[in-house]
Design a protein around this ligand. Structure first.
Ligand SMILES: Nc1ncnc2c1ncn2[C@@H]1O[C@H](COP(=O)(O)OP(=O)(O)OP(=O)(O)O)[C@@H](O)[C@H]1O
Ligand SMILES: [Mg+2]
Length: 389
């Protein structure tokens, strides 16, 4: 039987791969029962968030942002799939265990601050310590003042929440989230109810927390704030937009990203196996998503030249689709391990470059450069190949 003792995450003993996987969602589906049948708010979400990341979650209203946050905080459970935080299976914890574990390890900030109106500011901040029975009463007070000082409102400690402005109340909520010094902060539109000046102050507090080693996942509608986080996750219609797409093709609009994600298919190739072969017809556009690949060209004399090494986010195959020529090179998964690529078939690729001329231009430019260096290489080696002329 699975036994679980709520305890504070210790990065030394529970995290094996400290770079990755502090938060992991695997195949998460969330269905809500409605009169019209099951509604899928999350559709097979896979996600991995590492220690110290500052993640912004963006997407239209109703896209599934809060549902995603609730899966990670354990406020709600997935219908299918798994959620791990620091290797703890959140989806398997009962509510009591989850609440205790969350109290130790996660600070949660909501859009509507959810402070208790009859308690003073400092009493609100001390609540999580009381709940988890951490520290003695004197220490609790000290810690609460420290947390309030961190968000710049220690002098308001004895007021009631109703005596504070919205921005100040949100800072109290953040101080409460910090009370137990949790390594993870989850915030669902923490600035949704604040003016832009106050939002900037709250955001600065988050930046300081990330600098001090915390991991923050923040839902936001604020496009300016979304630009400042270290990683953006776009969610649309219950699905996470492939992040490599956002990075590789920054000119794509959100709706183009959504469309492209829906057309991408993942293919896996074993170490050393070829994805495309020189002279064979080009049928797909490929983007490397995992692993690395080598690009080879065979000259007329039969000699193989290594011309390029492709990493995550690099793409190939586009120029042949644009020009309508066979493959000029052979691309193989490298010798280090398996390769995963996301592919668009020819029709989808044609549509993809048609709707985003800026993206077409980037692909064209990259490909022209590659074509030129390929040609130079062949010429240099004095083996001019008719197919390249
Ligand atoms: N308890 C529920 N029962 C039925 N449907 C729900 C429930 N909770 C959420 N949904 C639906 O799931 C979808 C995603 O909701 P969610 O609250 O995650 O959206 P969101 O991206 O946070 O939106 P917003 O930006 O408006 O906060 C919506 O269509 C919503 O109507
Ligand atoms: Mg929401």
């Amino acid at each position: 039987m699975f036994r679980f003792l709520p305890k504070k995450i210790s990065f030394n003993d529970t995290i094996e791969d400290s770079e990755k996987h502090l938060i992991q969602l695997k195949g998460v589906v969330k269905a809500f029962k409605t009169e019209a049948g099951d509604f899928l708010a999350l559709k097979n979400v896979n996600l991995s968030i590492g220690i110290g990341e500052f993640v912004g979650v963006i997407g239209k209203s109703g896209s599934g942002k809060s549902t995603l946050i609730n899966m990670i905080t354990g406020i709600d459970r997935p219908t299918r799939g798994e959620v791990f935080v620091a290797n703890n299976p959140i989806h398997r914890l009962n509510e009591n265990r989850m609440a205790q574990w969350r109290g130790l390890n996660m600070g949660i900030v909501f859009q509507f601050f959810q402070l208790l109106p009859i308690l003073t500011v400092i009493e609100n901040v001390m609540l999580p310590m009381d709940f988890c029975n951490l520290y003695n009463p004197r220490q609790r007070k000290e810690k609460a003042i420290q947390a309030l000082a961190m968000v710049g409102i220690a002098e308001q400690a004895n007021k009631l929440p109703s005596q504070l402005s919205g921005g100040e109340q949100q800072r109290v909520a953040i101080a409460r989230a910090l009370a137990n010094d949790p390594p993870i902060i989850m915030a669902d539109e923490p600035t949704g109810n604040l003016d832009s000046k106050t939002s900037a102050i709250v955001f600065e507090v988050f930046e300081k927390l990330v600098a001090s080693g915390k991991t923050i996942v923040m839902v936001t509608h604020d496009a300016d704030l979304a630009k400042k986080v270290t990683r953006t996750i776009i969610i649309a219609d219950g699905k996470i937009i492939e992040e490599f797409l956002t990075k590789t093709f920054p000119a794509l609009t959100q709706s183009q990203l959504v469309w492209t994600t829906s057309k991408l298919k993942t293919l896996k190739f074993a170490q050393g196996s070829s994805i495309i072969n020189q002279y064979e017809p080009a049928e797909n556009f490929y983007i490397v998503t995992k692993g690395e690949a080598d690009v080879w060209v065979k000259t007329k004399s039969g000699k193989d030249y290594h011309v390029d090494h492709l990493k995550r986010g690099d793409y190939f195959g586009g120029i042949c689709l644009i020009r309508g020529c066979p493959s000029l090179t052979t691309v193989r998964a490298d010798s280090k391990g398996a390769l995963e690529v996301a592919t668009l078939d020819k029709d989808s690729f044609d549509q993809f470059v048609k709707v985003s001329p800026a993206t077409r231009e980037i692909i064209q430019k990259t490909s022209d450069q590659r074509y030129q260096s390929l040609y130079d290489l062949i010429e240099e080696n004095n083996h001019v190949d008719p197919s390249l002329a």
